[in-house]
Write a new protein. Structure first.
Length: 283
C-alpha cells in the first residue's frame, strides 16, 4: 500500500469552514499560500460533496481531505463518483476521509463500505483513503485497509498509543482544536459548545474514558477535559502542544481554529490566526 505523503509535505494542516457566500474558496487559496500542508473539511459541513470539488479547484496543488465523509449519509457510489470527478482534473489531490458509521456494528459497516470502494472500476485505492478512527479495532482497520487514521478529540498520549497500533507505515493526521488566546475563560468558552456536542456523538465519550477522563468531565465538558483536548494560549503554547503530538508519532496536526469573539466576522478572525500560526509553526 502507498502511504499518504502528508509527513513529507509538512506537519501542519488546517480545517476550513464552508461559508454560504463562497468566501471559503478565497480562504482555501490563502491557506495554500501560507504554506499549510493540507486543507480538511469537516463532515458536518458536507451537506453535499461539492465543497470538496470546489476547494480542490480553487487551489493549485494542496491536498484536500474530507474529515470525514459520513458513511451513514453517503453511499460508496457517491464517494466513487467524487473521486473519479476530481481525479479527472486534479489527480492525487483528494484525501478520502471516511467514517461516521452508525449502528451496532460500525466496524462491519465500514468493512462493507471499503469492499465497495475496492470493487469499483477504477477503485478508490486504500492508499488514498483515511479512516476516522478512535478505538483499537478501528485503528487496526485504518492500518490494514486505508492509508491511516484521522482522530479527533485526543491527547498527545493517545497519539502515542495510536502510533503503536498503526505501526510505522500508516499515516496519522491528528485533528486539534486551537484557540489563540491566553485567557483561560475565553479560550475554554470558545470550544466548550462544539466539544460538548461531539462528546454525545458516536464513540467520542467512550474514547475519552479510555484516555482517563471521568464521566463527570465528559457530562459537564469540564475545564479539565477542555485543557486536555485543546491547544490554547499564545502561539508558543500552541506550538508546544502541536510538537507534543508530532513527537508522539503524528505525521500531521490539523488545526481547527476557533475564534474567541462570537460576534467576529466569519472569516476575519480565522484568517488573522492562520497567519499567526503559520508564522509560528511553518515559518
Amino acid at each position: 500500500m502507498t502511504r499518504l505523503d502528508l509527513g513529507d509535505l509538512g506537519p501542519i494542516g488546517a480545517t476550513l469552514d464552508v461559508r454560504a457566500d463562497g468566501g471559503h474558496l478565497a480562504d482555501a487559496a490563502m491557506l495554500e499560500e501560507l504554506g499549510y500542508a493540507s486543507i480538511w473539511i469537516a463532515g458536518g459541513q458536507l451537506e453535499t460533496l461539492d465543497p470538496l470539488r470546489d476547494v480542490v479547484r480553487a487551489t493549485r496543488t494542496i491536498p484536500v481531505g474530507s474529515a470525514i465523509i459520513p458513511g451513514w449519509k453517503y453511499t460508496p457510489e457517491d464517494v466513487i463518483a467524487l473521486r473519479r470527478d476530481i481525479e479527472a482534473t486534479d489527480p492525487g489531490r483528494l484525501i478520502t476521509g471516511l467514517g461516521g458509521m452508525h449502528g451496532e456494528r460500525p466496524l462491519r459497516a465500514m468493512n462493507a463500505f471499503l469492499d465497495a470502494l475496492d470493487a469499483a472500476a477504477p477503485a478508490v485505492p486504500a492508499g488514498a483513503r483515511m479512516l476516522s478512527a478512535l478505538g483499537p479495532r478501528m485503528l487496526e482497520l485504518a492500518r490494514d485497509r486505508a492509508a491511516g487514521a484521522v482522530p479527533l478529540l485526543v491527547t498527545p498520549e493517545y497519539t502515542a498509543r495510536a502510533r503503536e497500533i498503526l505501526g510505522g507505515e500508516a499515516t496519522l493526521a491528528v485533528m486539534e482544536y486551537v484557540v489563540l488566546d491566553g485567557d483561560p475563560g475565553r479560550a475554554r468558552d470558545a470550544v466548550r459548545e462544539n466539544i460538548g456536542f461531539l462528546t454525545k456523538v458516536g464513540g467520542y465519550a467512550q474514547n475519552l474514558r479510555r484516555m482517563g477522563f471521568a464521566d463527570d468531565d465528559i457530562a459537564a465538558t469540564s475545564d479539565r477535559l477542555l485543557d486536555g483536548l485543546v491547544a490554547w494560549g499564545d502561539a508558543d503554547a500552541v506550538a508546544a502542544r502541536v510538537t507534543r503530538h508530532l513527537d508522539a508519532g503524528a505525521d500531521q496536526v490539523v488545526l481547527t481554529v476557533q475564534p474567541t469573539d462570537a460576534g467576529a466576522d466569519a472569516g476575519a478572525a480565522p484568517r488573522a490566526q492562520w497567519r499567526a500560526l503559520a508564522e509560528a509553526l511553518i515559518g
